[in-house]
Every structure is written in structure tokens, then in C-alpha cells.
Design a protein around this ligand. Structure first.
Ligand SMILES: *[C@@H]1O[C@H](CO)[C@@H](O)[C@H](O)[C@H]1NC(C)=O
Ligand SMILES: *[C@@H]1O[C@H](CO)[C@@H](O)[C@H](O)[C@H]1NC(C)=O
Ligand SMILES: *[C@@H]1O[C@H](CO)[C@@H](O)[C@H](O)[C@H]1NC(C)=O
Ligand SMILES: *[C@@H]1O[C@H](CO)[C@@H](O)[C@H](O)[C@H]1NC(C)=O
Length: 189
């Protein structure tokens, strides 16, 4: 009887110790909380509409080629440009500037005019002043409307995710000028 009691006690001790060990070695690595607090949604949806002016020519081009096509490249594959393009409210280049598009685009396809876009839209208008959105996407410029993912943002756009729809409004190959309409939809806090 006594030996049975001590065996049971030892068994309980082992169970208690293993509980103690599991408790102290788990639950501290990460923490999650629900996205919705009470019934009030904490995310907003914002839609933006603007025009992007990409000017490769003249004395003050807004875009410059920084890497040329490597030898043997097909379809200028590998050519890379850096831009700092104004974003305006309307298609007219003299309409109100709401921000700039700063980043890189590169010819990433050997078979069509497919661009890799890695850029930040840096806004300086109204409540968006100082906030930015980041795009990382594929831009098949021969398509009428291209969709690119918005992968993040800063300022009022913290935690952003969404998409951009782009349509070429005007393109003059001879002078390297492109005006592109953008519609952006993002969810953010
Ligand atoms: C493109 O840049 C050139 C040189 O800076 C300028 O003369 C021209 O007006 C620009 N075009 C547009 C539409 O901004
Ligand atoms: C935003 O920046 C542009 C220059 O890129 C400037 O012309 C414009 O006045 C600025 N807008 C505001 C609201 O500060
Ligand atoms: C935008 O932010 C900059 C830097 O914080 C500030 O100098 C400027 O006055 C702001 N412009 C507007 C229109 O709020
Ligand atoms: C952007 O939205 C406006 C208004 O809904 C629409 O007229 C225009 O065609 C859209 N453009 C793109 C590129 O989605």
C-alpha cells in the first residue's frame, strides 16, 4: 500500500513537473491578437487616383537608364531605369503635384515588354504628406490595364496591402514620355 502511494505521488510529481516545464517553455515566442477589437473594424479602405509622368528626355529627365542591356540580351532584357517622377491630380503635367514615384523599373522578360516595378509612391499632399506606398509587381506595358500589388506603406498607410491598376494615358516613344493613370485601392489601419 505504502509503495503504491509513493508510486502515485511520484507519478503526480512527474505530471506536475512536465506541466511546469511546458508552461515555462512555451507561449513567449510570439503573440497574436484579433484584428477586430469589439465590433468596430480597425481597418480603412483608401482609393487614390493620379497620373504618373515619366520623362526620359530633355535637360532634366525624371528617369534615367542606370544599367544597359547586357551583350547578347534579347529584347533589351536587363535594361534598368531609376525614376523620380511627379504624380499629379490630372493628366496635364502642370496640374497639382500630389507626390512622386521613386524607384526602379527593369525589363525582366525576354519575350515581351514585361517590367519589374520596385517603387515607392511618396505623397506630399494633404493628410498623405509624408506617407508612402510600396509597389512590387509585374508591369506588362502592352496590356491596356496592368495590375500591380501594393505590398506595404508608411505613415497613414501603415500595414497597407492592396493593388494598383495602371493605364497608359499617353506615350510618345520619340521623346520617351509616358503619362500613366493609376487607381490604387488599399486596406490599412
Ligand atoms: C520632359 O522633359 C523635357 C526636358 O526637361 C521638358 O522640356 C518637357 O517639357 C518634359 N515633358 C513633360 C511632358 O513634362
Ligand atoms: C509637393 O512637392 C512638389 C515638388 O515635387 C511641389 O511642387 C508641391 O508644391 C508639393 N506639394 C505640397 C502640398 O507641399
Ligand atoms: C509636408 O511635410 C513636410 C515635412 O514634414 C513639411 O515641411 C511641409 O510643410 C508639409 N506640407 C504640407 C502641405 O503639409
Ligand atoms: C480609374 O477609376 C476611374 C473612376 O472609376 C475610371 O474611370 C478609370 O477608367 C480607372 N482607371 C484605371 C486604370 O483603372
Amino acid at each position: 500500500m505504502a509503495s503504491l502511494v509513493s508510486t502515485l505521488m511520484a507519478f503526480h510529481l512527474i505530471v506536475l513537473m512536465s506541466c511546469y516545464l511546458t508552461r515555462t517553455t512555451s507561449g513567449v515566442f510570439s503573440k497574436q491578437s484579433p484584428l477586430f477589437q469589439s465590433e468596430k473594424p480597425i481597418e480603412k479602405i483608401t482609393q487614390l487616383h493620379f497620373y504618373f509622368h515619366d520623362n526620359l528626355t530633355g535637360r532634366n529627365p525624371t528617369t534615367m537608364q542606370i544599367i544597359g542591356a547586357p551583350k547578347g540580351s534579347i529584347g533589351r532584357f536587363g535594361t534598368t531605369y531609376m525614376m523620380d517622377d511627379p504624380l499629379t491630380e490630372g493628366p496635364d503635367p502642370s496640374s497639382k503635384i500630389v507626390g512622386r514615384s521613386q524607384g526602379i523599373y527593369a525589363i525582366a522578360s525576354q519575350h515581351e515588354l514585361g517590367l519589374l516595378m520596385v517603387l515607392n509612391f511618396a505623397f506630399n499632399d494633404s493628410v498623405f504628406n509624408g506617407s508612402s506606398l510600396s509597389i512590387l509587381g509585374r508591369n506588362l506595358v502592352t496590356e491596356e490595364v496592368r495590375e500591380m500589388p501594393i505590398v506595404g506603406g508608411s505613415g497613414v498607410f501603415r500595414y497597407s496591402r492592396g493593388f494598383a491598376l495602371a493605364r497608359t494615358f499617353m506615350f510618345i516613344a520619340k521623346s520617351g514620355l509616358a503619362i500613366v493613370e493609376y487607381n490604387i485601392t488599399v486596406l490599412h489601419v
